[in-house]
Structures are given as structure tokens and as C-alpha cells.
Design a protein around this ligand. Structure first.
Ligand SMILES: NC(=O)c1ccc[n+]([C@@H]2O[C@H](COP(=O)([O-])OP(=O)(O)OC[C@H]3O[C@@H](n4cnc5c(N)ncnc54)[C@H](O)[C@@H]3O)[C@@H](O)[C@H]2O)c1
Length: 273
């Protein structure tokens, strides 16, 4: 469909070795985009690039660390050299750090802010400068449920950082959308990945607690981002900017001003019928 056609566009996608980044890169390529992939796991990013090349698109992998602004500047020079333009940024890679508020060290807090706030900003800035010069472009930042709601369980640093990603998105959208650059933020709830699987293995009750907050009745899968990524990269979303878009199986709607314990019970009863 022409509205979703990404042929001739160049996408930069971070975290492309696995999970949400890989799923994003593959979906964009399926709709026609060429891709410059970033992941500190170069072998993983290269495997995704190979899959994209098999679809007949161009793809290159880079081991750029997205928490290092100097490395990001160098990476975008490589994009200029190899592709000459950037139409879409999937700003996805980034780590948190779990610690109770009373135990979190300032050094670890700085690391998380560097990774998720400064790193995401530097990616936006470098991509945005090029998009502004082109007069068009689209950025999809990945936030989290933790951008808008407290998770507990040691997520203090992650939540502080992800909250900032939302405000960064709104500010960038406000400054750039009149110059052709749209900036949106997707806020996923729990999407299965290796670290989530490890945490669910350590705490056998955790998956059930997650599910009690997800009315759709299952955890997210990396592929769940594919439709949104294509929408935001394409002209189909030409008037969507500054939006915070939940990708959460209904979690945000369900907990909006409610009492999770009560609602969780209701969902379990519903599933039992
Ligand atoms: N999975 C979830 O439940 C969930 C929910 C909300 C938000 N998020 C956020 O979405 C993003 C992706 O999540 P995912 O589930 O795909 O994670 P994942 O762990 O499956 O994949 C992350 C990828 O990013 C790469 N990466 C991490 N830090 C990097 C860095 N500094 N430089 C370069 N590459 C780096 C990793 O090597 C890995 O390939 C993360 O920022 C995460 O916090 C995830």
C-alpha cells in the first residue's frame, strides 16, 4: 500500500541485534527501507543486516555504543558516507539498572541517565540535524510503561530516565515538527526478552503479576512493535507527532486512576470464564 511504502527511505535502528530493535528493522525493510543498524552486539546486528539484504534491501551493521555521544557523532558520519540521508530513527537500544532507591549509587544513576537520556538525545540530535536539513524525517523513541507510571521492584533509575524520554520527545516535536521532523515515543509494557525471562525465572510469581495488569491476556512480543514502527516511519502518520503511544496490551488504560489489585482480580475472573 502506497501510504506505508518505505522504498527509497533510509532507517537508522539501534538495538537491532535482537528484540524490539531487530523486529523494527525487519518490518521497515519488508516495507522497502534500507537500514543502518546499530548494536554493541555486532555479530547480532550483522545477522539482522544479512536477513535484510536477503530481502533485496541495503543494510549495514555498526557496533556503535549509543551511550557514547562521540561514538554517535562518528556513526552518523558513516551514515552520511554510506547512505547520504536519514529518514527514520528507531531509537531503541539502552539499558537500565535495578537497585532499591536507598541502595542506588549516584555512579549507577549517572550510568543509566547517560545511557537512556543522554544517549537517546544524542541519537535524536544527530539524526534530527540531518532530517532538518532534508526538511523531513521521523523519530520513534522507545520509552516504557515506566515513563508514566511507577513500577517499584528497583526501577527508580530506569523510571527517572524513561520519564525524561517522554519530555524530550515532546520538546523535540514542538521545536522540529514545523520544520518537517516528527518525533514520537512508544511506551511498551512487558515485552519478552532475555533479561525479563531471567527475572521471571527467579521469581515464579512475577509473570502472573505482570499478566494481571495486561487486559489483553499475554505478555508483549518483539513483533508487536512492527506495525507501529512502519506507521511512524511512513507517510501514514504524517499528522502524528509528539504522541506518547502505549504498546501495552491495555495496561495504561486499565490502571488509569484505578486500583491495580482490584482490577487484577477482575481480569483474572474474566479469564477464568
Ligand atoms: N522488553 C521490555 O519489556 C521493554 C519494555 C519497555 C521498554 N523497553 C525498552 O526497549 C528497549 C529495547 O528493549 P528489548 O526488549 O528489545 O531489549 P533487548 O535486551 O532484547 O535488546 C536490546 C539490544 O540493545 C543492545 N544495546 C543495549 N545497550 C546498548 C548500547 N549502549 N549501545 C548499543 N547497543 C546496545 C543490546 O546489545 C541488545 O541487542 C530498551 O531500551 C528497553 O529498556 C523494553
Amino acid at each position: 500500500m502506497k501510504l506505508f511504502d518505505l522504498r527509497g527511505k533510509v532507517a537508522v535502528v539501534s538495538g537491532a541485534a535482537q528484540g524490539l530493535g531487530r523486529a523494527t528493522a525487519l518490518a521497515l525493510a519488508e516495507c522497502g527501507a534500507d537500514a543502518m543498524l546499530v548494536d554493541r552486539n555486532l555479530a547480532g546486528a550483522e545477522a539482522t543486516a544479512e536477513q535484510i539484504r536477503e530481502m533485496g534491501r541495503r543494510a549495514t551493521a555498526s557496533a556503535c555504543d549509543v551511550s557514547d555521544p562521540d561514538a554517535i557523532v562518528a556513526f552518523f558520519r558513516q551514515v552520511d558516507h554510506e547512505y547520504g540521508r536519514v529518514d527514520f530513527l528507531g531509537n531503541i537500544a539502552g539499558d537500565g539498572h535495578l537497585a532499591r532507591p536507598e541502595d542506588l549509587t549516584v555512579a549507577d544513576l549517572h550510568k543509566v541517565l547517560q545511557n537512556l537520556v543522554v544517549g537517546r538525545f544524542s541519537m535524536c540530535q544527530e539524526a534530527g540535524r540531518r532530517m532538518l536539513a532534508q526538511g523531513r524525517g521521523s523519530i520513534m523513541n522507545i520509552g516504557s510503561l515506566a515513563s508514566t507510571t511507577a513500577l517499584g521492584r528497583g526501577h527508580i533509575a530506569y523510571s527517572m530516565a524513561m520519564g525524561a524520554v517522554i519530555q524530550m520527545t515532546r520538546e523535540l516535536s514542538t521545536e522540529w515538527s514545523c520544520r518537517g521532523v516528527r518525533v514520537n515515543c512508544v511506551t511498551p509494557a512487558q515485552v519478552v526478552n532475555p533479561s525479563l525471562e531471567a527475572r521471571m525465572k527467579d521469581d515464579p510469581g512475577l509473570e502472573g503479576r505482570f499478566l494481571s495488569g495486561i487486559p489483553i491476556g499475554r505478555l508483549g512480543r518483539p513483533e508487536d512493535i512492527q506495525g507501529l514502527a512502519v506507521l511512524l516511519a511512513s507517510d501514514a502518520s504524517a499528522w502524528i507527532t509528539g504522541a506518547i503511544i502505549p504498546m501495552d496490551g491495555g495496561n495504561t488504560a486499565m490502571n488509569a486512576g484505578g486500583t491495580p489489585g482490584h482490577q487484577g482480580t477482575a481480569v483474572q475472573q474474566f479469564r477464568g470464564t
